[in-house]
Design a protein around this ligand. Structure first.
Ligand SMILES: Nc1ncnc2c1ncn2[C@@H]1O[C@H](COP(=O)(O)OP(=O)(O)OP(=O)(O)O)[C@@H](O)[C@H]1O
Ligand SMILES: [Mg+2]
Length: 497
């Protein structure tokens, strides 16, 4: 058996109050895609930041191709041929594709940037990545997330990185972009690189990875050198440290009167007038491919964007919301999809982020504060959603990605809202925590509230919803009752005819 090209040797990383990694050791070989799995806050991103020289180790070292390294900074990691494609992309939005690709190694001629060479090298690598459609002089801010990710990969290729690590790369990609990424990852492996791949999506592990390492609470639990014979449930129980019978835990309930009726709604992203209703106590799913118009539809309903036609009847009254503020006042809240950029106050504490509920936020944060109530509220939600944080006063930006997400979700739940619209509520959230979130949705529904869940996760929509609406190309194609909403049916309706 070949010696692993990369060996993590007793790595410990400590932050104030948290041991993010605790004596972790394992190896990854060249020519393998090695999955890293574990609950939110288990230490996966921390490990990648050790590899990139961003996080300093308290103990331990890395062995790369038989040599021992302890990186003091990011430059040293680059020099060892390590590239990380982070959860949040790190490109410069106002620079061109070519400049981003070659940043740090811009070709020069007589003291000036050699534009022609810059372009040629960019074109070549774009071609390599099957992205001939991207023009080298396009500004990065005009690219889709998937294309931006390809530029990050292109940078790694241009530096000929031997170790390439991905942190939840598929979490905001469309179905087509995911397919493309999978092909590229397979190619990187075939070229003999070490590919580390952090994901919460079990099917990706079984489909594209050769080995998997599981972390829990900063500790290395197990490395499976091969996936042969490994099953889904074993992996889940290694991750969460207990058996999870049924992640979805569907609870049936009595569904009541219609709470909201949407009639003939038209507007940005909606091509044909849409009508549907949501009942009290109901969990309604909205499925469709990225770009099908699900978020757009609900943005029109919630007053984030103006509808050009149609009406919304809410709690018996005809309403037209001109702003999200008005919708919230009436009792409808939309928890946006892009919580990272739209939702977080990075320098504020977990408790503050949790308590800037929409209503108070619009009245200006800080005016009506009640510290005792806020502290109790924060502690309550930290517990209910198992948010991993040293305490409510910890700065939110130090929490792991998934835990930040839970805080933002909780913020919307802590209002007196009748209808919740949740856009991809479990994106980036681990299996155990998903269960907590689903159970919370059912709690809301049992109180007679209604929930609309926009989701691209087939297994999720078909398992947790009472009915599922399917959108395609700006149209509501059908709404299926739970027993008909099988993954196959849903996908069949969502795909282009
Ligand atoms: N800069 C930091 N300062 C303080 N604590 C930190 C910092 N970075 C990470 N942590 C803590 O280290 C632990 C591990 O976080 P990490 O981001 O590695 O988790 P993760 O496995 O990537 O989770 P997720 O699946 O949610 O992305 C968490 O408890 C987190 O709060
Ligand atoms: Mg992470």
């Amino acid at each position: 058996m070949s010696e692993p090209y990369l060996r993590i040797d007793g790595v410990t990383v400590e932050f104030p109050g948290v041991r993010a990694l605790d004596g972790v050791s394992f190896g990854a070989k060249s020519g393998e895609v090695h999955a890293l799995m574990g609950e939110n806050g288990a230490g996966k991103s921390t490990l990648l930041k050790v590899l990139s020289g961003v996080n300093k180790v308290t103990a331990g070292a890395l062995w790369i191709d038989g040599e021992r390294h302890v990186f003091a900074n990011a430059r040293e990691a680059l020099a060892q041929g390590i590239a990380i494609i982070y959860q949040e992309l790190t490109l410069s939005p106002n620079l061109s594709v070519a400049e981003n690709l070659l940043l740090g190694q811009l070709p020069e001629r007589r003291g000036f940037i050699d534009r022609r060479q810059l372009r040629e090298r960019a074109v070549k690598v774009l071609h390599d990545l099957g992205e001939e459609g991207i023009h080298p002089s396009t500004k990065v801010r005009d690219l889709s997330i998937g294309q931006q990710q390809m530029i990050e990969i292109g940078r790694a290729l241009l530096r000929d990185a031997r170790i390439i690590a991905f942190d939840e790369p598929t979490s905001s990609l469309s179905v087509q972009e995911i397919r493309h990424l999978k092909r590229i990852v397979a190619r990187l492996r075939d070229e003999g690189r070490v590919v580390l791949y952090v994901t919460h999506r079990m099917e990706e592990v079984f489909e594209m990875c050769d080995a998997v390492t599981v972390f829990r609470d900063g500790q290395h639990i197990r490395t499976h050198e091969s996936l042969a014979g490994l099953d889904h449930d074993t992996l889940v129980s290694e991750m969460v440290g207990r058996e999870i019978e049924d992640v979805y835990g569907y609870r049936s309930r009595q569904v009541g009167e219609p709470l909201m009726r949407v009639e003939g709604l038209l507007g940005h992203g909606v091509r044909k007038p849409i009508s549907f209703e949501v009942r009290r106590g109901e969990v309604l799913g909205l499925f469709g491919l990225v770009g099908a118009g699900r978020s757009e539809l609900m943005r029109l309903v919630c007053g984030v964007e103006k509808a050009s036609e149609g009406v919304v009847r809410f709690a018996g009254e005809e309403r037209r919301f001109d702003s999200p503020h008005e919708a919230i006042r009436a009792g409808i809240a939309m928890c946006p999809e892009d919580r990272k950029s739209q939702g977080i106050f990075p320098v504020a504490s977990v408790a503050d982020n949790l308590n800037i509920s929409c209503r108070r936020f619009f009245r200006r944060w800080g005016v009506f504060r009640n510290p005792a109530r806020e502290a109790a509220n924060a502690t309550d939600y930290i517990q209910r959603l198992s948010i991993k944080t040293p305490g409510p006063r910890t700065r939110i930006s130090t929490l792991s990605g998934g835990n930040q997400q839970k805080v933002i979700l909780a913020r919307w739940l802590s209002e007196e809202i009748e209808l919740f619209v949740m856009d991809e509520p479990t994106r980036g959230i681990d299996v155990g925590a998903r269960r907590d979130i689903y159970s919370l949705l059912y709690d809301l529904a049992e109180q007679g509230k209604s929930v609309v869940v926009i989701s691209s996760d087939l297994a999720e929509v078909s398992s947790i919803c009472d009915r599922v609406g399917v959108m395609r190309d700006g149209e509501l194609i059908d709404i299926l009752p739970r027993d008909e909403a099988t993954p196959e049916r849903l996908l069949g309706l969502a795909l282009p005819a």
